[in-house]
Ligand binder design. Structure first.
Ligand SMILES: *[C@@H]1O[C@H](CO)[C@@H](O)[C@H](O)[C@H]1NC(C)=O
Ligand SMILES: *[C@@H]1O[C@H](CO)[C@@H](O)[C@H](O)[C@H]1NC(C)=O
Ligand SMILES: *[C@@H]1O[C@H](CO)[C@@H](O)[C@H](O)[C@H]1NC(C)=O
Ligand SMILES: *[C@@H]1O[C@H](CO)[C@@H](O)[C@H](O)[C@H]1NC(C)=O
Ligand SMILES: CC(=O)N[C@H]1CO[C@H](CO)[C@@H](O)[C@@H]1O
Length: 547
């Protein structure tokens, strides 16, 4: 039941993405674009901090000088004894010091130096583009998602190695502990266990105070993984470390009572990932998506046999001069990749157009729009009238697809950062979306087809996975994927389930063209029967008869 519900939410969210306006503040970790900007702000934070310290220091310098002066004068007076007070001059000096001078000192001591710098720092930190502390959790989730989907070893990540490539950023015990805690919260218990072990491994003199917290996390994960003997001995380690802690003693007692029949049970937990299934048939979509992203699910070689790859020059006379390079990946449903169909000059213009206009992808909460963890990217819609380059692109899409582009939705641009992904979903709308007026404009009908342009290469990860077709398309700058979301009858084609795999390293830019059904009749004849069960050759034959 759950998977169906989940998919429903995803389908609805696709509609809402159309409708939701300017709601979210920028989200730092979902976009590299945003991250580079925020990185620049940090430079300004540093300047404010320097100014603050300088202000405070000059105040302290002044106070120190006064202190020395006062002490000196006082010592002189003390050495002279009572005689000192007999001089009217000294009386004056002392009186002045005790009143005006001390008043100045007192005033200065109570002034808030650096308040200007502090105010500026405060304001900058509250800038809506700055990451909020809640986003630390998002950043960890992104990392855990990468680890889970690509089965990355904890040891490697902690050492700054991602999918075999070293990046030179090591994680310390505290960070490992943070990740482990969140993994436990996300119910990724094997990962939580391995992060706790890694945190323990990385303890040093500076971080030794974390040891009890790490052991506590280790106990929790061992209990969940049913290694009760391991949990027992880790508990003993913890109690030995902090024998005075009543909390530990209490927790241990609760643990012993709850598990008294299972205490002999032990498990040698060496894995950090579930075993890869030998047979993927019948597994839920999120698992299929995961293993398609990781490359464990691939098309069997036999399916490549009669697929074509070549130049397409049929749809438009212009294409005879400049034919499009097209590669067919799948016949049913049609899934093709065009190579070199969007050019660097166009991409530069698009990047200029979309600058500063990104917002985080949202899905609908109950009544409020919430930032999505299903889809973590920054996106924006842009009407085709924004710039003539968008019209040029649409003319090309019309040539590529032989579909009418008058009834295509606004251009959508997305930027995915590290860990950014879009879980498995369909592009088409389901009947409830139509019934509740969530499709806009409704008279354009459903999304008959999708063209997905890749505006960047991605260093690692970030493929487009079609789990039911066993296809994984790797982003290549300048290429575009095209597929029909609907059967020729207009019925949704569930084989088109797809998702954007998480980015391991790099930044992914894509452009979506969602083409709607309205007046595509002459371009793609609409069969009156449901062809969803027919074979490709049956449909082809029928189309020949109709023409
Ligand atoms: C729990 O661990 C301690 C210390 O390792 C050991 O002495 C004790 O026998 C263990 N208890 C059980 C029930 O295994
Ligand atoms: C756990 O398993 C690993 C590898 O399977 C082995 O090297 C190790 O000795 C085992 N540890 C225990 C305590 O059984
Ligand atoms: C991008 O914008 C900048 C400044 O607005 C402009 O100088 C540059 O020519 C633009 N580049 C493109 C490719 O449009
Ligand atoms: C959503 O808002 C509507 C109208 O304001 C209200 O009737 C409904 O109970 C709300 N639903 C939830 C789940 O809050
Ligand atoms: C020594 C000193 O002047 N400290 C001050 C630095 O600035 C803050 C904020 O204005 C003050 O609260 C401190 O007293």
């Amino acid at each position: 039941m759950l998977p169906t519900g989940q998919i429903f939410v995803l389908r609805v969210s696709a509609v809402l993405l159309l409708l939701v306006g300017n709601l979210a503040a920028a989200e730092f970790y979902s976009s590299i674009h945003e991250m580079t900007k925020v990185f620049g702000y940090e430079q300004r934070l540093l300047l404010h901090m320097q100014k603050f310290i300088a202000d405070n220091e000059s105040k302290l310098d002044f106070l120190k000088a006064r202190l020395i002066e006062f002490e000196r004068e006082r010592d002189e007076a003390a050495s002279e004894g009572v005689a000192y007070f007999q001089s009217p001059l000294n009386k004056f000096v002392l009186t002045k010091r005790l009143t005006l001078d001390w008043q100045r000192v007192e005033n200065l001591m109570s002034t808030e130096t650096g308040s200007m710098a502090l105010g500026r720092l405060h304001k900058l930190r509250r800038n809506k583009r700055m990451p909020s502390s809640g986003e630390v959790a998002g950043a960890i989730d992104g990392l855990l998602r990468l680890q889970y989907i690509y089965r990355l070893p904890t040891k490697d990540i902690a050492a700054g190695i991602l999918d075999g490539v070293p990046y030179g950023t090591e994680l310390d015990a505290q960070l490992c502990l943070d990740i482990g805690r969140q993994a436990l919260q996300d119910r990724k218990t094997l990962l939580a266990h391995s992060w706790a072990l890694e945190a323990r491994q990385r303890l040093n003199e500076e971080s030794l105070e974390l040891q009890p917290q790490i052991l506590a996390l280790l106990v929790e994960t061992k209990v969940e993984l049913e290694d009760f003997q391991g949990a027992n001995s880790t508990y003993h380690e913890l109690i030995e470390l902090q024998p005075a802690s009543e909390q530990h003693a209490k927790n241990y007692e609760t643990f012993m009572q709850a598990n008294k029949d299972k205490l002999s049970q032990s498990k040698n937990i060496t894995d950090e990932h579930d075993p890869v299934p030998e047979d993927f048939t019948g597994l839920p979509d999120d698992i299929l998506y995961r293993y398609t992203c990781s490359g464990h699910i691939r098309p069997p070689p036999a399916e490549f046999r009669d697929l074509r790859c070549g130049f397409m020059s049929e749809t438009h006379p212009f294409l005879i001069l400049a034919p499009l390079k097209v590669e067919e990946l799948q016949r049913e449903p049609l899934l093709v990749v065009y190579h070199d169909v969007i050019y660097q000059g166009e991409i530069d213009i698009i990047k200029n157009l979309t600058k500063n206009r990104f917002e985080r992808a949202q899905v609908m909460g109950d009544n409020t729009s919430v930032v999505s963890t299903v889809r973590t990217s920054q996106f924006q819609f842009m009407p085709k009238t924004t710039h003539k380059v968008l019209q040029t692109i649409d003319e090309r899409v019309a040539d590529m697809t032989n579909l009418n582009m008058d009834y295509a939705e606004d251009h959508q641009f997305s930027n995915y950062g590290v860990g950014g992904h879009y879980a498995q979903h369909f592009d088409y709308f389901l009947p409830p979306a139509f019934e509740t007026n969530q499709v806009s404009p409704v008279e354009w009908g459903n999304r008959i087809a999708t063209v997905l342009f890749y505006l960047s290469d991605v260093a690692q990860g970030g493929g487009t996975a079609f789990p039911r077709l066993k296809q994984l398309l790797m982003p290549k700058k300048g290429s575009a994927a095209f597929w029909y979301n609907l059967h020729a009858s207009g019925a949704p084609n569930e084989q088109t389930l797809h998702g954007a795999c998480p980015i391991i390293v790099g930044s992914k830019w894509v452009q979506n063209r969602w083409i709607r059904e309205y007046i595509q009749g002459d371009k793609r004849p609409c069969e009156v029967w449901d062809d969803s069960l027919a074979s490709y050759s049956q449909i082809k034959n029928l189309k020949h008869k109709l023409q």
